[in-house]
Design a protein around this ligand. Structure first.
Ligand code: FA5
Ligand code: MG
Length: 560
């Protein structure tokens, strides 16, 4: 039983409230300006001078690739063509269809034929097309607008990307992801089929956006907002769908470009952030500048990038502080630090972390100087550029004091009614319903991945590399000593499919290797808790038994 995530619900919500982007192809050089549907003149009139709603400047940027056409082109046999035609004609929302040994899905109106790489589940498809970032009173949209307001037009153009189906090429290949990067693994990424996937990061649109800049030289940069999808663990800060924003700024070739960028740095607003910069050396092999670049320019581009993001973070923290009651506000400055990072498409690369409650460092964003090959491919040969990517939920949880990432998907009016466009208000928890945890223990099957329907590829070999775009190289599968019959993300996916948002977290609580047989046993604790009501024992037992059944059927585990 799933409260939030039934296909029927999503279709109703789509019809009533959320816009479903059309799949028609629009040339990259002529983006469509979306009318300010949600900019209410009433809200504008009511806002006090220091509570101005963030500006409305959204544009839809459409990928070069039309997924419907590519999907059609990729199917070869007559059977496939017939099945695809049938899918095309069926009047469905997002749905998976299995018929006579064939399977496929309809996603936002386009048909896709599955192959051996496909690993989509209906629970994930139910979330496609909700477009939370387009709903003006939703905290994701309010946060998006606040971020966009830090990167002003006309220098920056703002894009939102509705359709999450992109090509493997756009998500990984064009960006230079190595073949064994963990982000490419089927355990970490939702594949529609071997050529298409649900984007794992907004950088999937980087190439298209740079092409747009090449054709629109009056703009010098952009932001892109989109929903992104990763097979991941289940806890209060991880959900298989979250939102990212990406930004870039280019400088064309000009005499003394370093001095020009330096002037742009001087123009940046000053912030009160206390920032430690541990990533200033680009001369070694750890975080090198690119050989084709002028070092003076790289240092200025990196400085401009860091100043721009420090400005963004200081605006977020100031907005968060202002939304607290005056007695709860402190004047203590926010502490942040720059550390070195690795992304296949930038060098040097950085991450910004902030000191979180309890003294923990929390990663807010990744960024860097764009690889020259990527700019060249987009027609920006003589340009230099920085780019960044941030997680919107990370900022929104902080801004609104939202304690659980599942809440962003809630349709409960007690949640939705608390937020208003252009305003940052602290979330008032409406209730905390009781949790009910249950353990599931099983022996994993000691066979190679081929027999696992969602099996791993050999993608855990990129060690010591900070993962970009999903695929956590540091999170080893607990089963890694027994080759890939089971990956931790597989149980996460089963739990999500069975119980959806009724699970707060899933944790490995015990691991055990039999001393004589060498077989491995794992025990996971599933914490069932609804955000909206009290779950009955009977209901939780039913869900838990179904999780056990599916683990047995799909992964051949032996329940203990
Ligand atoms: C990326 O996705 C890169 N595309 C970012 C980038 C863009 C780098 C452009 C350079 C140039 P990463 O996987 O670290 O990187 O994710 C970027 C941000 O998304 C993180 O810093 C974090 O804020 C957010 N994020 C990542 N994973 C999650 C998650 N599971 N839940 C919520 N937010 C997340
Ligand atoms: Mg990261």
């Amino acid at each position: 039983m799933r409260l939030l995530k039934t296909g029927a619900f999503v279709r109703a919500a789509q019809a009533a409230k959320f816009s479903v982007p059309s799949c028609s192809r629009i040339p990259i050089s002529s983006p469509v300006t979306v009318p300010s549907r949600w900019a209410s003149s009433q809200a504008q009139a009511q806002a006090s001078p220091d509570e101005q709603p963030f500006p409305e400047q959204s544009v839809n940027l459409v990928n070069e690739v039309d997924p419907a056409k590519t999907a059609a082109a990729s199917s070869q046999s007559g059977d496939h063509a017939r099945f695809e035609k049938k899918l095309q004609e069926l009047d469905l929302g997002n749905e998976i269809i299995r018929e006579n040994g064939q399977s496929g899905a309809k996603i936002l109106g386009a048909p896709y034929i599955f192959d051996q790489t496909s690993n989509l589940s209906s629970s994930i498809l139910d979330l496609v097309g909700r477009n939370l970032y387009d709903h003006p009173d939703h905290p994701i949209c309010i946060t998006r607008k606040l971020i966009e307001s830090c990167f002003e037009e006309p220098t920056y153009k703002h894009f939102a990307m509705g359709n999450p189906v992109v090509t493997v090429r756009d998500n990984f290949d064009v960006l230079g992801f190595p073949a064994d990067h963990p982000g490419r693994s089927r355990t970490d990424t939702y594949y529609v089929n071997s050529t298409h996937l649900l984007r794992t990061h907004t950088s999937a649109h980087q190439n298209a956006a740079f092409q747009w800049l090449a054709n629109n030289p009056s703009s010098k940069g952009y932001t892109i907002c989109a929903d992104v999808y990763r097979r991941d663990s289940i806890d209060r800060s991880h959900f298989p769908v979250f939102h990212q924003m990406e930004g870039a700024r280019v400088w064309e070739a000009q005499r003394n470009r370093a001095a020009q960028i330096e002037r742009n740095c001087e123009e940046m607003p000053k912030t009160g952030l206390v920032v430690e910069d541990q990533a200033t050396d680009f001369t070694g092999t750890a975080n090198p500048l690119q050989p084709e670049h002028n070092p003076d320019e790289v240092y200025q581009v990196a400085r401009h990038l860091k100043l721009s993001l420090e400005y963004l973070v200081s605006r977020i923290f100031e907005a968060s502080r202002q939304s607290l009651p005056s007695a709860a506000r402190t004047d203590a400055p926010m502490q942040a630090r720059w550390i070195e990072a690795y992304f296949p498409f930038t060098s040097p690369s950085f991450e910004l972390e902030v000191l979180w409650h309890g003294g923990e460092w929390l990663e807010l964003l990744g960024c860097g100087v764009v690889k020259q090959g990527i700019l060249n491919k987009a027609g920006l040969n003589d340009h230099i550029s920085w780019a960044w990517g941030v997680g919107i939920e990370r900022f929104a949880m902080l801004l609104f004091g939202i304690p659980d990432i599942r809440l962003f998907w809630s349709t409960d009016p007690r949640f939705l009614k608390q937020f208003t466009r252009g305003k940052i208000t602290k979330f008032e928890p409406f209730s905390k319903y009781p949790a009910c945890y249950k353990d599931i223990a099983f022996w994993i099957k000691p066979v190679p991945s081929a027999s696992s329907p969602l099996g791993s590829q050999s993608a855990h070999t990129t060690s010591g590399v900070a993962a970009a775009a999903g695929g956590d190289a540091t999170k080893a599968s607990p089963a890694e000593t027994q080759p890939a019959a089971f990956h931790e993300n597989d149980i996460m996916e089963v739990v999500r499919d069975v119980a959806g948002s009724l699970v707060e977290d899933v944790k490995l609580v015990d691991e055990f290797v039999h001393p004589t047989t060498g077989r491995k046993s794992l025990c996971y604790r599933i914490n069932y808790r609804s955000l909206e009501r009290t779950l009955t024992n009977e209901e939780v037992n039913g869900l838990h038994e179904e999780v056990g059944r599916r683990m047995k059927d799909l992964f051949g585990v032996e329940l203990r």
